[in-house]
Structure formats: C-alpha cells, structure tokens
Ligand binder design. Sequence first.
Ligand code: AHM
Ligand code: MG
Length: 324
Amino acid sequence: MSVTLAEHVRAVAGAEATELDVVLTRIAGAGRLIARELARAALVGQLGMTGDTNVQGEPVKKLDLWSNQVIVDALAATGLVCTMVSEEMAEPLHLADRCATARYVVCFDPVDGSSNLDVNGVVGTIFGIRRRTAGAEHVAVDAIQPGGAQIAAGYIMYGPATVLVLTLGKDVDAFTLGAPDGEFLRSHAGLRMPPHGHTYSANDANATHWVPGVREFLDHLRSGGTGRTYTARYAGSLVGDFHRTLIEGGIFLYPAETTSAGKLRLQYEAAPVAFLAERAGGRATTGREAVTAIRPTSYHQRVALIVGSPDEVTLAEAFIAARR
Ligand code: AHM
Ligand code: MG
C-alpha cells in the first residue's frame, strides 16, 4: 500500500504531527493547483509578464504572482502560520489576526526557475518552515532565522511528474502526485545523496565573474583530476538541478562573484535546499561557510550556493580557499 504524504507526516513529525500535517497538506494542495495551472498556462493566457518588477528589480511573470497568491491563501487557511516571506512580497506578510495562536513562519519561492515558464521547462516551489518566536518584534526576528532553524523544508518539482521532496529534519523523502486531483504518494523513502557523482551544474556564462577557484575547480573535474569523468547539466531551475544532484550525486554551483554574493536568495531558495542536502548526507556551502549557519541580515538576502555530494563540495571549498 502506498503511503500518502499526510500519513507520512503523521507518522514521523512527532509532537507537532497534527499541525505540520495541516500545513504540509495545504502546501501540497497549492502545488496541485500550480501544477494544473502550469499545464494549461498557454491556453488560459497565463504565460508572460505582468509588467511589474519585484523587490529584487526582476520582471514578474503572471504565474509568479498567481502562484504566490495560491500559496498565501493556502497557508492562511491553516490558521497555523503567523508570518510568510516570499520572493514575490517585498515585506514579510504578518497575519496579525492569527498571531496569538499561529506557531509557524514559512519562507517560500512560489515559482523557482521562472525563466523556464514560457518555454515549458522545469520549475518548482521551494519552502522552509520555522517556528515563530515571541516578543513585540517577533516578525522581523522570525523572518531572518538561519536555515538551521528550519523544522521542515522541501520543494515541489513540476516536471514530467509533480514530485514533492520533504524533510522533517531527519530523513528526506519524495512523494509523487498520482493523478492531477489525487494524492502525493511516497515514491522515494530515505533518499541519500551519493558521496560523489558524475555531473556538475553551473551557469558557465558567468564564469569570468566567479570568485577565484571556481573555474579551476571545474577545470579539475573536466580534466579527470578526481579520477572520474563528468558531464554538465544545467536546467536553469534550482529545483530541477538540485533534484538531479540529490538523486544521482555531483554538484550544483551558483557561486559568489567578484562583485556580488551570488544570485540565489537565502531564505527561500538556498536555505531549504541546503537543509535538504544535509539531511540526505550532502553538503551546502557558500565556499566559505555552511549555508544553514548563516544568520540573514535581510529578508531577500542573496547568497552563494555550492551544494551536492560531500566529495565534490569539499573539493570545491578547497579550490576556493586556496585562491583566497
Ligand atoms: P528565480 O526564482 O527568479 O527563477 O531565480 C532563481 C533561479 C534558480 O532556479 C536557478 O538556479 C537560477 O535562478 C538560474 O539563474 P541563471 O538564469 O542566471 O542561470
Ligand atoms: Mg525564484
């Protein structure tokens, strides 16, 4: 018998199983709606831009905004979420009327890999759940808790199959949507990232801007320096690229550049992925420090992300350290 997402959460989430079941069931429901909308977007005028830009100055696509609202509504309906941080919202959304009883803070990227939307490429939804704190200033404090404070993290990958990958802090499991209106059923239990792999994943067009050491590291992989052969894969969607890395091993890099910290956002892109990687036996670093150890200073902070199998990530760190 297949295990549903709800059955899984109730079995492994411990003391907070009831509450996390409610939150995760709603996130999964939002994912089901987003998957359906993605599938018919070209037919219902949902491709293309809204004409606005988000807080990071990036053009907003219609599906970014639509999906953001779907997730906001889903989380609000739980009655258990006090604060939300999203790529598509300049400030954290605080649900003051639920504040007294709600216990969670959810950071999310409604549509990760938006550049793939208009070309029917893989995209995802990324989320991380933390407990709220107390005190008058709790919203500002809650929204910048480090990745290591997550009690659950995951993503939904909208590919040939819709797959929800989840950790509740211990193991990493994947659930596949059985039918468009059906259940997420556990399809991969206790995922472990291989100690090394045969794939690297980076946007090579940025190579001249990368901090020293990254190009040398990739040259080392390409030239057989590890004794293994490598191939390149880059989907342009963190969810898609990380999912392959999780299953098959290897490394994904969106490194720091000489003039910037990198592109990906810490709270709702890098931190959930890093938390998942660590729980699956992998590693995630900026090149200098563990991603889950970073104490954010702003809601939309960008960060370098080097994530994947422990052998490759450790080697990448060594190359970067040697050129510091
Ligand atoms: P987005 O949330 O605006 O889509 O940006 C995040 C995405 C990641 O999914 C992906 O790894 C990266 O940006 C791709 O960036 P680039 O096009 O610069 O390679
Ligand atoms: Mg995004």
